[in-house]
Ligand binder design. Sequence first.
Ligand SMILES: Nc1ncnc2c1ncn2[C@@H]1O[C@H](COP(=O)(O)OP(=O)(O)OP(=O)(O)O)[C@@H](O)[C@H]1O
Length: 270
Amino acid sequence: MMRVNNISFKAGNRSILSNLSFELRTGEITVVLGPNGAGKSTLLRLLAGEMKPHSGDIYFDNQPMHKISPAALARQRAVLTQQYAISLPFICEEVVMMGRYPHFSNIPTAQDADIVTAAMDDMEVTHLRSRPFQTLSGGEQQRVQVARVLAQLWNPTNDNKYKLLLLDEPTSSMDILHQQMLLTKARQLAQQQYAVLLVLHDLNLAAQFAHHILLLQNGKLLADGSASEVLQPHTIQKAYGIEVSILQSEAHDHPIIVPVSKVNTPLCLP
Ligand SMILES: Nc1ncnc2c1ncn2[C@@H]1O[C@H](COP(=O)(O)OP(=O)(O)OP(=O)(O)O)[C@@H](O)[C@H]1O
C-alpha cells in the first residue's frame, strides 16, 4: 500500500538518506531500526508526507504521495512524532479529539466523542481525560498522544480505505506493560486494513512484534527482511558496533538479543 522507490534526502549539502527502496504492506508491522542519527525520523517524516524526498518517489495507495491533498491524507494516515509539545492548556480529552479534526467540520459528532472515549480506553488514559495535558508524566503524555493518533484513524464505517499508522519511538517513555499493550494494539490494527510503521530502539520489541525490519545505518538500508533475517549478531555489530548474543527459547517464538561485549565508555571526571 506504500511503495518507496529509490528515495534520497539531503539537509543542505549533507546526504541524510540515500537510495532507499521498500514497501509497506497492510497486515504488517514494519519496524525501522538503526543507531542515533541513522535517519529513522527523517524517513518517517518523508513517509508521512511532511517533507518531500530530493529524488525518488513515494506512492500511497497507488497515488504519488505529493498529489494527495493534506485533508485526504489526514483521514488515511496518522503520525506520532518524537516532539509533541503542547503549549496551550488543553485537557487530555481535547488532545485526543484533535485526532478527529479531519473528520468533522465545526462541531464533533456523538460518534467522534465515542471514538475519543474508545481510544482513551485502549490506551488506559480514561481516568486522565479532564487533566491538563501538561501536568501528565512523560509516559502518560505518550499514551494520550497515541490515543490521539488511534482516534484519527478509527474506522467505524469500515470505509475500505487503507490506513497508515506511523509512530516514532512510541514506547520510549512507557513502562513494560504499556509497551506491550500498545504493540499488541498495533498488531491488531495490522490484522485489519492498516500498515503500521514503528521507529524503535529496543531490538527485543522489534524481534517480538515486527513482521518486517528496515535497519538503517548512515542513511542507507543496511538490512531489510524478517526479524530472524535482520537481527543477526554480525548485522547488529555492523550497525551499532556492539557484540550481541541471540538467544532462542522454547517459551518465546522470537529471538532474544543480549549485549555481550563491554562498551569502553570514556570516563568523564569533573
Ligand atoms: N534539518 C537538518 N539539518 C541538518 N542535519 C539534519 C537535519 N535534520 C536531520 N539532520 C541530521 O540527519 C541525521 C538523521 O537524523 P534523524 O533525526 O532522522 O535520525 P534518527 O535515526 O531518527 O536518530 P535518533 O535515533 O537519534 O532519533 C542526523 O545526523 C541529524 O543530525
